[in-house]
Design a binder for this molecule. Structure first.
Ligand SMILES: Cc1cc2nc3c(=O)[nH]c(=O)nc-3n(C[C@H](O)[C@H](O)[C@H](O)COP(=O)(O)OP(=O)(O)OC[C@H]3O[C@@H](n4cnc5c(N)ncnc54)[C@H](O)[C@@H]3O)c2cc1C
Length: 479
């Protein structure tokens, strides 16, 4: 059969754009449909605008700290509309770069919603035209869960709307305890908004190492974020003046200007025509794929958030490249999810790679845990009491470093570099053999002398006092 395209991609986000470009570079005829703005979640309403808002929210502390370093900073004032306008300008620039890159690679961008209408057949909703493709790639991403079961959810915003608020609220409640919830809590609180996290679990950031979670909570609390863990919203009401009333499961009632829900993301599968072509979903509602991202229909593949493997931009991009290797370069390649580094751009920041202590305990009998919490050098003049945490989880039998966890300034950048030795299987001895860069916070990672905890046959042994690292105590400035 003669097809209009060798590949038709549905969704021009992180995964879809990369797959379209790379496939087109092999000489394939590629079409890509986008229903909204090119760039998808990451560029338009995710990673990039979020990080810009995070930068904005860090200035208040910098202004405060400047005085201890001899600077006189005059009165400061923050203007939300200026930030949003500048952010929008940058996002528009990035969107045009994405468009240019698609064009340069020779992929045809079609601005329309697309749906599957039969084997190898895609209908372009804007014109109604049906096109055919030998291979179809679904890269439609995910969207914030509206939490439809919550009475009054329609009065709440999600991260999508948070990027376009006309004005900064004076007070906000954020529902959720994942990375999006805590990042936005840092943004709003840093910009002076009275911010409370309402989270059903006992501690936020459930997938992270427990030491990071506890210290994150304590430090964010010090910076002014309030936490209501173990509670949920029972219902939300809107008053005639536009303010909201949140009824909490503990019985309290809070009046607030805004409520943001960050309670999970839903794969974009509705109305795609999946049932027409026999593409099945898993029990979470994500598209089911095999190790090569192939769906239950042999000519249809799916990558990125719509498959809900790891909802991160670099993962969607990696899956895209593996797909192109497999289908267009005849080199079957499975995505590799081992030791994926991640960051939480909260106040404070988190960077992490590899196993948490708890997950290492489930798999290994003998572990050495190294950790150090300290006040970074910069805080010594300012009197700021923020602490950093560095932690290594080591397999005591092989000396291999299984996990590295950092909390504090630059943690995300450190996690990126830590991912390389961990991926290579570096041992604690390799870390020790690496000369420190002084004075840095990261030097802690290569100067740990003795473990804080030894786990032997699953039992925790705390070494003698003389061998312990200072934990949660003094500033560390070694020389
Ligand atoms: C607030 C926030 C912050 C984040 N921060 C980070 C971060 O710091 N680091 C990180 O790695 N990840 C982060 N992420 C996650 C990251 O954005 C996603 O993992 C990534 O964008 C997924 O890429 P994707 O290609 O699967 O989907 P998307 O980027 O969501 O792209 C899907 C595209 O498909 C389009 N589409 C959907 N249906 C159709 C259809 N039928 N026809 C045509 N087009 C369609 C959509 O409009 C969209 O443009 C963040 C996400 C959010 C929400």
């Amino acid at each position: 059969m003669d097809f209009d395209y060798d590949l038709f991609v549905i969704g021009a986000g992180s995964g879809g754009v990369r797959a379209a470009r790379r496939a087109a570079e092999t000489g394939a005829r590629v079409g890509i449909a986008e229903a909204d703005r090119v760039g998808g979640t990451c560029v338009i309403r995710g990673c990039v605008p979020k990080k810009l808002l995070v930068y904005a929210s860090q200035f208040a502390e910098e202004f405060e700290d400047a005085a201890a370093y001899g600077w006189k900073v005059g009165p400061t004032e923050f203007d939300w509309p200026t930030l949003i306008a500048n952010k929008d300008k940058e996002i528009a620039r990035l969107e045009s770069v994405y468009r240019e890159n698609l064009a340069k690679a020779g992929a045809e961008l079609i601005e329309t919603r697309a749906v599957l209408v039969g084997d190898h057949r895609v209908r372009l909703e804007y014109t109604g035209r049906v096109v055919t493709a030998k291979t179809i790639l679904i890269a439609t991403g995910a969207r914030p869960s509206p939490h439809a079961a919550l009475e009054g959810h329609e009065f709440c915003i999600t991260s999508n709307e948070a990027f376009h608020l006309k004005e900064l609220p004076k007070k906000i409640l954020i529902g959720g305890g994942g990375y999006i919830a805590v990042e936005f809590a840092g943004i709003f609180s840093g910009l002076g908004v009275d911010t409370t996290i309402v989270y059903r679990g006992r501690e936020v950031l459930s997938r992270f190492d427990m030491d990071l979670r506890r210290l994150f909570h304590a430090e964010a609390d010090n910076k002014g974020v309030k936490f209501r863990c173990g509670e949920v919203f029972d219902r939300i009401e809107k008053q005639p003046d536009g303010r909201l009333i949140a009824h909490l499961s503990g019985g309290d009632v809070e009046q607030t200007d805004a409520i943001m829900l960050a309670v999970g993301r839903v794969p974009n599968v509705e109305g795609l025509g999946l049932e027409t072509v026999g593409v099945t979903l898993d029990k979470t509602g994500a598209i089911e794929v095999d190790e090569y991202s192939r769906t239950s229909a042999s000519h249809i593949y799916a990558i990125g958030d719509v498959t809900d493997r790891l909802q991160l931009t670099p993962v969607a991009i990696h899956e895209a490249m593996c797909f192109v290797e497999t289908v267009f370069r005849n080199r079957p390649t499975k995505p590799d999810y081992n030791k994926v580094a991640t960051a939480v751009f909260g106040h404070p920041e988190i960077g992490t790679v590899g196993l948490t202590e708890d997950s290492a305990r489930e798999r290994y009998r003998n572990l050495d845990i190294y950790k150090s919490a300290f006040r970074p050098l910069k805080g010594t003049l300012t009197g700021r009491t923020d602490r950093m945490l560095m932690k290594l989880v080591v397999d005591a039998d092989t000396d291999v470093v299984l996990g590295a966890h950092v909390l504090g300034p630059g943690a995300g950048e450190m996690a990126q570099l830590l991912a390389i030795p961990l991926k290579l299987g570096a041992t604690k001895a390799d870390f020790d053999a690496t000369m420190a860069v002084h004075p840095t916070a990261a030097e802690e990672l290569v100067t740990f002398s003795a473990p804080n905890e030894r786990i032997r046959n699953g039992e925790t042994i705390v070494p003698g006092r003389e061998a312990r690292q200072p934990i949660f105590s003094s500033p560390v400035v070694t020389a």
